[in-house]
Design a protein around this ligand. Structure first.
Ligand code: CP3
Length: 342
């Protein structure tokens, strides 16, 4: 039987239980994943649909979550646009030839998903036949992707990125246009292949002041969500440290907004209004707390989150690699036994 609780909560329909999944739910906390990673790199997993299907399904089978998220990375389409990257262990994506000059922008290709990433779409088609829960497709957000492309790797202060944004707004906009085009066609291809929802990970956009977000990013997000809306699937928008941006996030056209643990869900709800669903916001570091403390915090999130229709339980950011898989399993069971009283 197909479990559509996650999709119903995204649409703010009534559900019998609160759906739960975890950002970065496929990965290093799991011994079977680590065994597969000994044989294949992350990129190689993505290039082998049979392996990629297996890795995507693992958390559904092992944890009992209500949604699967495609195993991939936000950087995969960036490589396909002609900007090579490597993923350095415990560092993240690294690009040797970052975008600094106007001519660097001209080297980026137009992204045609079927031609560039046929194996990803094949993986989605296989998963569609196989899964008993919805599949979430995803893309990086334009600011977050631009930050890796311009900095050449992870950054604390995003100096090169912000410098380009304000001193070469023409170049910034060209890059935003190229990325939004990629995000729209890639999201569309993922849904056509079988994804039931899309999440945009704009993980690092919370580094911007609200006025800068409004000026340099919001129009691009509105263009992206405006186009993806035609697909008629839930559109989730997530970033870290975005408390002060939440009211503006409600103007992007996203139908679900991800919240991290720094913002209480009641405050998040006031900021985003009643026309979107909320997803979050358990602090992933608190998965290392004693079980009773984990349950106390989960209970608080559940009672706050369910005050209005449309709540999906998640972490406020990704699962840490050293998390105990049994703790994740127990948290899923705890969320599922919570009964909606409203
Ligand atoms: O959520 C899932 O389980 C699906 C797979 C997924 C990966 N990356 C696989 C991956 C998803 C949704 C992502 C998104 C992603 N990638 C984001 C947005 C989410 C977030 O955490 O903010 C970002 C910023 C990236 C870029 C990236 N890729 C980082 C920061 C890292 C971690 C580097 C490290 O070693 O700590 C990666 C590598 C990566 N992507 C891993 C996985 C499972 C771990 C490395 C590995 O197994 O080799």
């Amino acid at each position: 039987m197909f479990n559509d609780t996650f999709l119903r909560a995204c649409q703010r329909d009534q559900t019998n239980s609160v759906p739960v999944w975890f950002m970065r739910q496929a990965g290093r906390y799991d011994a079977d994943y680590r065994a597969i990673r000994k044989k294949y790199s992350l990129v190689e997993i993505c290039e082998h649909p049979d392996v990629c299907v297996e890795v995507t399904k693992m958390p559904v089978d092992k944890l009992g979550v209500d949604a699967a998220i495609l195993f991939s990375d936000i950087m995969i389409p960036i490589g396909a646009m002609g900007l090579p990257f490597v993923i350095k262990e415990n560092v993240g994506p690294v690009i040797d030839t970052p975008i600094r000059h106007e001519s660097d922008l001209h080297h980026l290709h137009t992204f045609v998903p079927e031609a560039a990433l046929p194996h990803v779409l094949e993986t989605i088609r296989l998963l569609k036949q196989d899964l008993s829960v919805p599949l979430i497709g995803f893309m990086g957000g334009p600011f977050t992707l631009a930050s890796y492309m311009i900095e050449g790797g992870p950054s604390r202060d995003y100096l090169h990125t912000k410098t380009m944004m304000v001193s070469r707004p023409d170049m910034w906009q060209q890059l935003m246009d190229k990325l939004s085009e990629m995000i729209i066609v890639y999201g569309t291809a993922q849904v056509k292949a079988g994804a039931s929802a899309l999440q945009i990970f704009d993980s690092w956009v919370g580094s911007l002041a609200p006025s800068d977000y409004h000026q340099y990013v919001l129009p691009t997000m509105q263009r992206i969500f405006g186009a993806l809306k035609e697909l008629d699937v839930p559109l989730i928008y997530f970033g870290v440290n975005t408390g002060e941006l939440l009211s503006t996030f409600a103007e992007t056209g996203a139908s679900v907004i991800g919240v991290d643990w720094r913002v209480p869900l009641t405050v998040a709800r006031q900021r985003v209004g009643d026309n979107v669903a909320l997803q979050g916001n358990f602090d992933p570091a608190m998965l290392f707390a004693p079980q009773s403390e984990i349950e106390r915090r989960a209970q608080a999130i559940l009672s706050e989150g369910t005050k209005a229709p449309g709540f999906i339980f998640n972490l406020g950011h990704g699962v840490k690699p050293s998390t105990d898989i049994a703790v994740l399993r127990e948290l899923v069971a705890y969320v599922h036994q919570f009964r909606l009283t409203c």
